[in-house]
Structures are given as C-alpha cells and as structure tokens.
Design a protein around this ligand. Sequence first.
Ligand code: DC
Length: 226
Amino acid sequence: MSFKIAIDGPAGAGKSTIAKRAAAELGFLYVDTGAMYRAIALGLLRMKADISSETALTDALSRIEVGLGYENGTQKVFLNGEDVSSLIRTEEVGNMASSAAAKPQVRAKLTQLQREIAGKNDVLMDGRDIGTVILPDAQLKIYLTASVETRARRRYKELCGKGEAPSLDEIAADIRERDYRDMHRETAPLRQAEDAVRIDSSELTIEEVTAKIISLMKAKRQECSA
Ligand code: DC
C-alpha cells in the first residue's frame, strides 16, 4: 500500500518549499497540484478562452492536456507536451488558476490524474483539496497556514529579490482576494480536513515546519506498523 501525505493551505503559507524538502527527506514523490491548475490556466490564457461560458470552457479544456514528469527528482509540468514549469509562475497565471479552479470541469480533469499518481507512489501532495477530496484516506494530513501579513511580507521579499518594486498593500489585497475565492467556491473549497494537523508557519522557519512534518510522519509510520 502506498503512503500518502496531504498538505493543504492557502497561497504563500510555504507549502511547496516545505513539501519539497520533506518529500526529499522521506524519499516520497512530491506532487505540486497547484502547478497543474496553473498549466491549465496558461492554456486558457493562451487561447483567450472565456471561462464564464461553459461551452467555451469545455471546448478549451478538450484541447488542453496536462502531464507531470520528473527530472532529477524535480517536478516538471507539461501543457500539451511543452514543459511550462517556469512559465506558470506569474501573478497573471496564478489569478487565472484560482478562477479556473472554481470550475467543476477543470477540477474533474485533474482529480483522476492526481489520484492515479498517488495510487502508484508514496506521495506528498500539496494543494487545496488534497486531504478533503483527492486523498481523503491519506495517512497524514497537514493544514499549513500563516497570517495574511506574514504571507504578504514573504511574497514582497521574493518579488524585491527578483528586482521588482511591488506594493505590500496590493500584495496583501491580492492574497485576501485569492483566499476568499479558494475558500468560498462551491466545488472543493479550501478548508481544513477534520483529521488534519494544523500548523501555523507565521512564527516558524522552513526548517522548523519541515522537521515537524517529518516527526509527524515518523510517528504515523510507527502507529501504522504497530
Ligand atoms: O498553490 P498555487 O498558488 O500554485 O495554486 C494556484 C491556484 O490553483 C490556487 O489559487 C487554487 C488552485 N488550486 C486548487 O484549487 N486546488 C489545488 N489542489 C491546487 C491549487
């Protein structure tokens, strides 16, 4: 039986950095499901699809194929065979991903693929609905969160590091808007699973959170083999 760890939480809580490290330490396959939504979003943006129209969305989705691959242990995401891993990390794609992710057709397209991957491997999967919808039987569920202020400051520093001159207020407003959309959509909204361990990373370092997840995992493994 494969072992599954689900990590859910809002944008900017540190999920992917921490999940990547914990997966590497545990020897698990890391699956960043946000990247899959982002790849679909990039496809929709390129087609200039009107996602408010169900027919237009269905038609666009029929022309979008998302794939995952791994290169030296690093996840690569493919849009119709093209490696788009670095093209999907923009605010425009992130916002489109959040809007498109509210559409049941978009979610249905990725659900099966995500479950297939988890069925074949020990996975650490991160996203918004992993513990609640995709892998409700995951042996360990984490809900990783942080205050809006902390998340905005982290994003601000990241953008400054890239040579941009962002506005902290705008970033915070954007995060609030994205949280609202992700938490209030009808299909698979972001929420903490009842059996998830909640970790607030506002006052913790990446190393501290990673260590916490690894120790929770070790305890789970012992519990399962007892
Ligand atoms: O984690 P991220 O910022 O890369 O995700 C981009 C968007 O995709 C996010 O705003 C919500 C959506 N998403 C989702 O609805 N369900 C997931 N499992 C992962 C991401």
